[in-house]
Every structure is written in structure tokens, then in C-alpha cells.
Design a binder for this molecule. Structure first.
Ligand SMILES: CC(C)(COP(=O)(O)OP(=O)(O)OC[C@H]1O[C@@H](n2cnc3c(N)ncnc32)[C@H](O)[C@@H]1OP(=O)(O)O)[C@@H](O)C(=O)NCCC(=O)NCCS
Length: 182
């Protein structure tokens, strides 16, 4: 359904994930604030980051996801990642996920990156619908998807159990015709 891609935006370069990115992402995935609303608790060991990167690379090579590492064009630093994953080809839909290192929040990087990835998803990958599964307490993530034009579609109670904590989901959706008027 998906192939690895390089996307170029005003300030950012989005490029495919590589095995050797694991140690950079360990810094993010071990930060309790950054992964507060993720489906796993903060990582304790870099091996966990290697295993997660290996899973992501597998899903990418299976064509079920497109995973982009976000780099600053100015400095070459890795700022975070954004991805379309859990692709369902017969329904031409996928989910969007994203994360920035904490020092890069509040600068508009993710809206810029996600907008390019969504454009790619609809225009090149042929998606019809993109979903975002968000913890209702994750206001920066809710603001991000609303800025991107997603619509709030539903509220799923007690959908997750993460590290002993039960969490709800607010489900957002963006369909092709929301973005591209006929
Ligand atoms: C979700 C997440 C990516 C949002 O990050 P963010 O920095 O708020 O989002 P953006 O990069 O789009 O930046 C938007 C912010 O930058 C500001 N900004 C500054 N310069 C900007 C610019 N040139 N363009 C747009 N916005 C700009 C905006 O005003 C906005 O700030 P505000 O929310 O205080 O109004 C971030 O909080 C994160 O990585 N969280 C941890 C991971 C996570 O929870 N992922 C989601 C799981 S569902």
C-alpha cells in the first residue's frame, strides 16, 4: 500500500526511517512527557528503541506504513517522526501518528510535516480516509489535527490500558473530500 518516500517542505526534510535512528529516538521514547499518551510506558533501555525501530521497518517493508523521520533543513537535526500506519488497502484508509522531541514543540514543525505527509497519502498513496486516535487529555495533539482539518468523529471509552492506566480515545478523521473540494 505504501512505499518509502522523501518529502521536502519549507523548513523540513522528511526521509525514510533507518536502523541507526534508534539511538536518537530512544531519547524521545524514554522521555515521560513525550510518550505520556503513547501506547507504551517510557523506555528504560536503548534495546527497546532498537526493537521498536525494527518493528517499524518491518511494517514499512510490508507496505503497511510509511514512516518519515523529520529533519531540520537548517541544522540536519532529527526533530521527530510522523507516519501513516495500519493501512487497510481495500478501504484505502490509514492512521496518522507523530512525535517531536520536547525541545521542538511550539514551533509549527509538526503541522508542516504532517500536512506534507497527508498530501502524499491522499495524492500519491491513494488514501480516501486518515484517522487519528488521540487521548482526550492530549490537547497539543488535538489542536494539531484540528489545524490540519480533521473532524472529531467519536469518543471511545476505556480503549487503552497502558502501564496500568485506563485511557479513553477521541477519534478524529479526515476524508479526501474534506481537503479537496469537488
Ligand atoms: C503532538 C505534538 C507533535 C504537537 O506539537 P506542537 O509543537 O504543538 O505542534 P506543531 O509543531 O504543529 O506546532 C504548533 C505550535 O507551534 C506554534 N508555531 C510557532 N511557529 C509556527 C509556525 N511557523 N507555523 C505554525 N505554528 C507555529 C503554534 O502557534 C502552535 O503553538 P500553540 O499550540 O501554543 O498555539 C507534540 O506535542 C508531541 O510530539 N507530543 C508528544 C507525542 C504525542 O503525544 N503524539 C501524539 C500521540 S496521538
Amino acid at each position: 500500500m505504501f512505499e518509502p518516500v522523501i518529502l521536502d517542505t519549507r523548513r523540513l526534510l522528511l526521509r525514510p526511517l533507518r536502523k541507526e535512528d534508534a539511538s536518537i529516538f530512544f531519547e524521545v521514547w524514554s522521555d515521560p512527557e513525550a510518550v505520556r499518551y503513547f501506547s507504551f510506558p517510557p523506555m528504560q533501555d536503548v534495546e527497546q528503541a532498537h526493537a521498536r525501530v525494527a518493528d517499524k521497518l518491518q511494517s514499512s517493508s510490508d507496505g503497511n506504513s510509511v514512516i518519515c523521520v523529520i529533519e531540520s533543513k537548517d541544522t540536519g537535526e532529527v526533530l521527530g517522526d510522523c507516519a501513516l500506519f495500519n493501512g487497510v488497502s481495500h478501504s484505502r484508509r490509514a492512521e496518522i501518528g507523530y512525535c517531536l522531541g520536547r525541545k521542538y514543540w511550539g514551533k509549527g514543525y509538526m503541522v508542516e510535516a504532517a500536512d506534507a505527509l497527508i498530501e502524499h497519502g491522499f495524492k500519491q498513496a491513494g488514501l480516501r480516509r486518515i484517522e487519528a486516535d488521540i487521548d482526550p487529555r492530549n490537547l497539543p495533539s488535538i489542536q494539531l489535527v484540528e489545524r490540519l482539518g480533521f473532524k472529531r468523529e467519536g469518543y471511545l471509552r476505556e480503549r487503552w490500558m497502558i502501564g496500568g492506566e485506563v485511557a479513553d480515545t477521541v477519534l478524529y478523521g479526515l476524508i479526501h473530500s474534506d481537503r479537496y473540494q469537488a
